[in-house]
Design a protein around this ligand. Structure first.
Ligand code: GLC
Length: 635
């Protein structure tokens, strides 16, 4: 049962698809704080809090403070409070209680989940305006189902998008892309897509192609298509300010860019240099921008990733001037410790500055609204622009779409990737722990940059990461310019990578079917153990094991220099230790703790009692997979 409570005068977000009557009275279990900006409730000792989508730390969010404020921050360290997404749904859960809540408000919200006080959950609003949906039901899965029905059906990615994708910032020209493909083919490693980062564009201008680097782009797309390989270009939020660039000129002419209080268009800088930001919240601008994807769709493109849409701001003209003014005062000073830190803080304030997000306005549903009030809707509406346009320009085509920034509601138009993680072991664990929360919030097509985006990966980390990522819908190896090259063929143990990726292809029919079932049945693809075993305290503590679909559990190794790991089994299961599709051993393990060996070239799959896992003969492309499984493993 869903009840809706209204606080203040909330700005609509278009995140729910069902109209729920407003309930009078107080939110059950919750109190309003004296400060008039917060609500709080008490947490029992055994209660966990799951959800909040793409956030840092563990599956259980208790014991930290999370701020929904979509941010371009490439350092996803434990001390951070915000990442790229704002997905404000969670459940408070224990063996005898489950309560779901969706805090629907487009501005900044702080979730203090037992951080200030272990026994108190406190939510503080920048503006005390929100629709709060309280969901009670028969158990946690039922609550999630009801919530997902409330927010509407999740985006369905094409099946080929479950194939392996290779990406790197940057593949500079056609030949580099060809080389990537041919190296994968030489090693016999399956691959379905190659991603194009910003360098395919002419001076980083959206919807353009750099003709020197990609001289015959449509032909190149066809050449790849003929090999069953999809090219997936990036689209950034900012539109380059450049005379003669039609997207810029049309946007100016039709008033589609965000403006400041004085009516001047905001000038910010991102990868293209100076840009204007389209007002994706304005229906007309959204429509206009969405239809621009047609250019690439007409060239044969059937997949995109939307980036920099928090929006990321390297600097704004205005704030840069303020900083220049201010640092002049420091110029001939003998800086003492305080003035030095002031000076440094001043320079560091240049990017993604809070003040800048208060400097511009949207034309949203007939009203002029300052950006910070609706900040968390920006990336959502960029992806919505594309999703709405796809229905018009390619109604019969399945187009891959995922975004960096998101809000609930965007899950109907695309998936997400978890942004600029690092080649750290802790980020492999983070990837594992982010999946259930994302699924709860409707984001089924998701994944992280496999191997890590920033920093230098090691071969063992990459192998371990792949051994987990073969289960995530988005399975993409992406890395930053300047870091160690991490295409699988660059490593010594090419055979191990081949076997792992082949295993992924064997699993794709199962994964895709379970993925569709999660979408259609409003379920999770990645389920925490405690959802299945609410009475088992140990299941609540197993934060590094997940059920994937109905039949299997995974327990990835995420520590360096280890030959295995401890696994907790809440019931008897059959362990299959795969070295390849053909080569594996199996053993039945009883309920309880086990130290399970797992070599760098191995994957652990635990099959649940009474369950089956069909495995298909590995193919080099998703399109080439057989219709029937080659074998079925079961317990
Ligand atoms: C951002 C994206 C990253 C991309 C880079 C260059 O950092 O998150 O994936 O490679 O921009 O476009």
């Amino acid at each position: 049962m869903i009840k809706r409570y209204k606080i203040g005068n909330p700005i609509p977000t278009d995140s729910v698809v069902k109209e729920i009557e407003i309930e009078q009275g107080n939110i059950p279990f919750w109190n309003v704080d004296q400060n008039g900006k917060s609500i709080f409730c008490s947490l029992d000792e055994d209660e966990v809090v799951y959800g909040l989508g793409e956030t840092i730390r563990g599956i259980n969010k208790r014991g930290w403070i999370y701020v929904s404020n979509c941010s371009d921050d490439p350092n996803h360290t434990e001390d951070k409070r915000s990442l790229y997404a704002a997905q404000n749904f969670y459940v408070i859960y224990s063996a005898n209680k489950s309560l779901g809540m969706y805090v629907d408000t487009p501005g900044k919200v702080t979730f203090d989940i037992g951080y200030s006080d272990h026994d108190t959950f406190k939510i503080t609003f920048d503006d005390f305006d929100a629709n709060i949906y309280v969901i009670e039901g028969n158990g946690v899965k039922e609550i999630i189902k009801e919530f997902r029905e409330l927010i509407g059906r999740s985006y369905v990615a094409p099946k080929w998008a479950f194939g392996f994708g290779q990406s790197r910032w940057s593949y500079m020209n056609e030949d580099e892309v060809r080389e990537v493909l041919s190296e994968y083919e030489k090693c016999d490693i399956p691959i379905d897509s190659i991603y194009l980062d910003i360098d395919y564009m002419e001076r980083y201008k959206d919807f353009t192609i750099d003709n020197d680097r990609f001289p015959k782009f449509p032909e190149f797309v066809s050449e790849m298509k003929a090999k069953d390989v999809h090219l997936v270009p990036i689209i950034d939020a900012g539109v380059k300010i450049e005379d003669g660039y039609d997207v810029y000129e049309e946007g100016v002419k039709n008033d589609y860019f965000v403006k400041k209080e004085d009516g001047e268009r905001l000038v910010a800088a991102v990868w293209p240099g100076k840009v204007h930001f389209p007002d994706f919240l304005d229906e007309n601008a959204r429509k206009w921008f969405g239809l621009k994807y047609k250019r690439l769709v007409d060239m044969g493109i059937d997949g995109f990733w939307n980036d920099m849409n928090e929006p990321a701001i390297f600097y704004t003209e205005d704030h840069l001037q303020e900083v220049f003014q201010k640092i002049k005062c420091y110029e001939n000073q003998n800086l003492d410790i305080n003035s030095f830190f002031d000076f440094r803080g001043c320079v560091e304030s240049i990017s993604n500055n809070d003040e800048d997000y208060r400097r511009f306005y949207h034309n949203y549903k007939g009203q002029k609204i300052r950006h910070d009030k609706v900040h968390n809707l920006y990336g959502y509406n960029m992806t919505r622009a594309a999703g709405e346009a796809f229905k018009e320009i390619a109604p019969d085509k399945e187009i891959l779409m995922f975004s960096r920034s998101s809000y609930i509601g965007m899950h109907r138009y695309g998936g997400v990737w978890c942004g600029d993680n690092k080649s750290w072991w802790s980020h492999l664990l983070l990837n594992i722990q982010q999946m259930p929360g994302l699924n709860m919030c409707g984001f089924l097509y998701s994944g992280a940059d496999v191997g890590g985006f920033g920093a230098d990966v090691t071969e063992d980390l990459m192998l371990r990461w792949v051994a987990f990522a073969i289960f995530t819908p988005l399975f993409r190896n992406h890395s930053a310019m300047g870091t160690r090259r991490q295409e699988f063929y660059r490593f010594k143990n090419k055979e191990a990578f081949k076997n792992l990726v082949e295993l992924r292809y064997s699993l794709i029919p199962y994964l895709y079917e379970q993925y569709l079932e999660a979408i259609n049945g409003n379920k999770l693809l990645f389920t925490p153990l405690s959802f299945e075993y609410p009475e088992d305290k140990r299941a609540f503590e197993a934060e590094d094991q997940l059920f994937v679909g109905d039949s299997i559990m995974v327990a990835p190794v995420y520590k360096q220099n280890t030959t295995g790991r401890y696994v907790y089994l809440p019931e008897e299961m059959k362990l299959f230790r795969f070295r390849s599709f053909e080569d594996y051993d199996e053993e039945v393990l009883g309920k309880g703790d086990h130290y399970v060996k797992c070599g760098l070239n191995e994957v652990l799959i635990f099959v649940r009692k009474g369950c089956e896992l069909p495995l298909y003969k590995p193919a080099k492309r998703v399109a080439l997979l057989d219709k029937e499984p080659a074998k079925t493993i079961s317990f």
